[in-house]
Design a protein around this ligand. Structure first.
Ligand code: HEC
Length: 408
């Protein structure tokens, strides 16, 4: 029985050993990354933070029935939380009461921003004469710049005149010109109208926000609504959500769940490795793509780096394939978009379209489609701001040299 005695004596040491190794493992996996490499725990750029934390929560998207396939984008503006710019160009002018004139950026001026809540709308009656005068002038200067316009088969473009005004409430809803790919960011080169400290990121940026008003419309596939200057204005966020709007942030999170549920990760990876084949395939014609960094994923609840590539890597899809139309036809029928594709079609991302003629039965994209599309559009688009993007020549990790064999 002397054996048993020996085992009992070593038991405390065994337990201490197990405990020490356990704590060591915890320290290595949870604590040390914070000290090892900041890119593991921090966003890759201020731009990424600005989009995820401010931009996406303030962009609302609805694909409710409008009689067309158009998406409706609305920005949620709040006093003190948004920066706006009101910029004129040769097609678009702004009228305003004397007190607000200083907020308008004329053509060729550096962009002026304000954190004060201001908005554009269709000009009121008191501006009628002024607007007509501006329209005539714009038309004249177009004809002057294109004297041969009739011969060339050009038509006189539409000129817009808007009124700048101050909404009574502390929040407002504005249509956004963005077409799916969000590019709201604040460049270094701006001028703030008020003397005030502005910390960017930390603000949502909207250029020429136009008051969002809706009008109910009848379409062949049921009741819907769309933007109309004569429609009713949106009073609150609840009001907007009742129309079926989702914030872009919510769509992205839903898209991430769909990616998991549908098993996209079974055939696709979400990582650009440092290997030549990855950075070239995921890059543009002239520049390789930057390899993935850990910071790119910090806003995801689940990451899908993946191990198998039955289909192409998706970590730069937002840059490589930004077109919503392309993804629409690809999810509806991958074989028509890429002949020979083994990707299954995802027709439950679409609702039936009773207008569809037997020859072309394409469905109407539903919420699942918008969610997976918005999720895919975050891939690769958030590394740097559009003004300094890698596909414009930025080469952050010398991938070009690596490809040309100058650097290993
Ligand atoms: C059975 C494997 C498989 C599954 C599952 C799958 N795909 Fe694919 N996917 C492919 C293949 C193969 C291609 C390349 C041919 C093509 O474009 O269809 C592809 C292409 C793509 C492309 C175009 C990429 C590019 O750069 O050209 C996207 C985007 C995409 N898939 C997204 C998805 C999403 C999102 C899901 C889940 C909802 C998914 N795929 C599920 C196999 C798959």
């Amino acid at each position: 029985m002397s054996h048993d005695h020996k085992i009992e004596r070593s038991l405390p040491w065994t337990l201490i050993g197990v405990f020490v190794f356990f704590m060591l493992a915890v320290a290595v996996t949870l604590i040390s990354p914070r000290f090892v490499d900041p890119t593991w725990t921090h966003e890759t750029s201020h731009y990424q933070k600005q989009l995820y934390e401010f931009g996406d929560g303030r962009v609302f998207i609805s694909n409710s029935v409008t009689g067309t396939y158009d998406l409706q984008f609305v920005n949620w503006l709040e006093e003190g939380k948004t920066l706006t710019a009101f910029v004129e160009n040769e097609r678009q002018k702004i009228v305003a009461p004397e007190a607000l004139k200083s907020y308008i950026t004329k053509e060729n001026e550096p962009i002026k921003l304000t954190s004060h809540l201001l908005l554009l709308k269709s000009p009121g009656d008191i501006y009628k004469a002024e607007v007509e005068k501006i329209q005539v002038e714009l038309k004249k200067s177009f004809i002057k710049s294109q004297p041969e316009w009739e011969k060339k088969g050009l038509s006189i473009p539409a000129f817009d005149v808007f009124e700048l005004y101050e909404p009574k409430e502390k929040e407002a809803f504005a249509t956004s010109s963005t077409a799916g790919n969000i590019e709201d960011y604040i460049d270094q080169n701006f001028l703030l109208v008020e003397e005030q400290e502005v910390k960017a990121p930390g603000y949502f940026f909207a250029r020429n926000p136009l008051e969002y008003r809706v009008k109910e419309v009848e379409t062949p596939i049921g009741k819907g609504f769309r933007y109309s200057p004569q429609g009713r204005s949106i009073a609150s966020l609840e009001d907007l959500k009742k129309l079926g709007f989702w914030s872009r942030k919510d769509l992205i999170e839903y898209g991430e769940r769909i990616y998991a549920i549908e098993g996209c990760w079974y055939c696709h990876t979400d990582q650009t490795r440092t290997l030549v084949q990855d950075v070239v395939l995921n890059g543009s014609d002239s520049y390789p793509a930057p390899p993935s960094s850990a910071g790119e994923y910090i806003y995801q609840n689940v990451t899908f780096p993946g191990t198998r590539r039955i289909g192409p890597d998706l970590s730069r899809t937002g840059v490589k394939r930004p077109s919503r139309d392309w993804h629409r036809s690809h999810f509806w029928s991958p074989k028509t978009a890429s002949p020979g594709s083994v990707m299954p079609s995802f027709q439950h991302f679409f609702d039936d379209d009773p207008r569809g003629t037997p020859g072309s039965k394409a469905g109407v994209p539903n919420l699942r489609f918008e969610a997976i599309y918005q999720y895919l559009m975050t891939k690769g688009t958030r590394i740097t701001s559009p003004s300094q993007a890698w596909w414009l020549g930025k080469d952050p990790v010398k991938t070009k040299e690596i490809i040309e064999g100058l650097d290993r």
